[in-house]
Design a protein around this ligand. Structure first.
Ligand code: HMG
Length: 443
């Protein structure tokens, strides 16, 4: 049987499921029935969800969790997080609780500048292009006035256009680098529409402008698109306390507070020095950030891509966070680019994204950036704290226990018994399987 198809996109959802079931599934009827069971009964709701993407045949469920007790800039939030990985929400909640009594998280938006680029080829010399650019720039801005009018009335719009010369690395290659303020929206569609208008204007300008000769008319736009690298749309977040505040935590590990703090700082320095460690360290930060980004209907791929580039800004990939100890004080901080929005896109369409924003008190984009950055730092704090004390597996496997029990098809009764048994035992897949086998033999 052929496994390829023409016109899949034109089939109805039922036809798509039927074809998939018959072509790829182990049992077509079971497959179709299960996939259908993952749909909303409410058709209008399902239509909204289907509209987010193409060729949708079911909904893919992920838990919607809450990390309470996040004190950020003096306000306490219960933060929604969407993530599939065990122990992330527990870790964020636990760090939030720890910092709640120590002043919480402090965050400030550095700026909210977003960038877009028009990449083009031009045959002349850079000096000459710089002269022509002086005439081109106002024409570009004027040409996009209709697209920018609404954003301008909200206080945003185009804030700058630069000519960037790459002709020494790629002959004839130049770029318009355009800066935007997009207020409470992430602004991707707005930015891309303006850039595509600039394409047309650029080509028309070089055709019509009287101040250039025929050879100079030969401009070729290669592409135009926003950049997900937003080093100037960033937040600085920090948490600080006297080292003596670690006393209780340190005693549990048989350490002095100073030792715990020093060890923490060393662990963060290692992630500054070593790229392999930095990658895992930053993954821990994005455990927190991505979960908030998803829960609020923002674009986690864009935000991660920008963050990882930022982590390499001096030429080596390093930890996004840093830790300082001075005069008996511990400061843990991070600067992270975060292009987030609270209006437009999925934020207004996804019913749970709307609920997330409601739970967060209908934040502005700036406030949401502060919240996401704080959750990232909290997550990082909890992970590093575990790594330098108990090791990660103890807490992680404790949270992962339910997944193992579900995987081994434990009954309610077995579940209760195992959760209590493993309260003080090391959790591993084989230990849990052994325990369940023991229980089942006894019964
Ligand atoms: P614990 O000390 O066993 O927790 O820590 P506890 O039972 O004493 O509870 C203290 C608080 O933790 C609770 O307060 C909750 O806030 C939270 P309460 O609600 O009782 O007032 N908490 C929970 N929240 C929800 N559900 C739960 C739950 N249990 C505790 N079931 C904990 C347990 C997991 C918090 C701790 O071991 C921890 O923080 N571990 C770190 C886990 C982690 O970072 N996981 C991320 C996945 S691993 C990874 O991908 C990243 C990594 O590679 C990054 C890196 O290398 O840097 C590690």
């Amino acid at each position: 049987m052929t496994k390829s198809i023409n016109g899949f996109s034109k089939l109805s959802k039922a036809e798509k499921l039927e074809w998939l079931g018959e072509t790829y599934a182990d049992n077509a009827a079971d497959f179709v029935q299960e996939m259908k069971s993952w749909q909303y009964a409410d058709n209008s709701m399902q239509r909204v969800i289907d509209g987010f993407t193409e060729n949708a045949v079911a909904n893919f469920a992920l838990p919607y969790s809450i990390a309470p007790n996040f004190l950020i800039n003096g306000q306490v939030y219960a933060v929604p997080m969407v993530i599939e990985e065990s122990s992330v929400v527990a870790a964020a909640s636990s760090a939030a609780k720890f910092w709640l009594d120590r002043g919480g998280f402090h965050a400030e938006v550095i700026d909210t500048v977003k960038l877009g680029q028009v990449h083009f080829r031009w045959p002349g010399n850079p000096e000459r292009l710089r002269e022509i650019f002086q005439n081109l720039k106002p024409v570009l801005i004027e040409s996009a006035e209709d697209l920018v009018a609404n954003m301008k009335s909200r206080g945003g719009g185009i804030t700058g256009i630069e000519l960037i010369d790459f002709a020494d690395v790629e002959p004839g290659y130049y770029q318009l680098r355009v800066s935007f303020q997009t207020c409470d929206s992430m602004g991707a569609n707005f930015i891309n529409s303006v850039l595509e208008r600039f394409d047309q204007t650029l080509e028309a300008f070089f055709t019509d402008f009287e101040g250039i000769n025929d050879e100079e008319r030969d401009v070729e736009v290669i592409m135009s698109i926003l950049s997900n690298y937003t080093p100037e749309c960033a937040v600085r977040v920090w948490a600080e306390c006297p080292i003596s505040s670690f006393r209780e935590l340190a005693i549990k590990q048989g350490m002095e507070a100073e030792m715990l703090a020093e060890r923490f700082a060393m662990a963060v320095r290692i992630a500054q020095i070593d790229t392999y460690r930095a990658t895992t360290h930053n993954k821990g930060i994005y455990n927190g950030i991505d979960a908030v980004v998803l829960a609020t209907g923002n674009d986690f791929r864009a935000i991660e891509a920008g963050g990882h580039t930022f982590a390499s800004r001096d030429g080596q990939y390093r930890s996004l966070s840093s830790c300082h100890i001075s005069d008996g004080n511990f400061t843990f901080e991070m600067t992270v680019p975060l292009a987030m929005g609270t209006v437009g896109g999925l934020t207004a369409l996804h019913p749970l994204a709307k609920r997330s924003l409601e739970l967060l008190g209908h934040p502005s984009a700036r406030e949401l950036m502060c919240i996401a950055a704080s959750v990232g730092l909290a997550q990082n704090f909890a992970a590093v704290r575990s790594l330098i004390t108990t090791g990660i597996q103890k807490g992680h496997m404790k949270m992962h226990l339910t997944n193992i029990l579900n995987h081994l098809e434990a009954t309610e009764e077995e579940m209760t018994s195992a959760l209590s048994h493993f309260e003080h035992q090391t959790v591993s897949f084989s230990a849990v399987r052994g325990y369940l086998e023991g229980l089942r033999e006894t019964h």
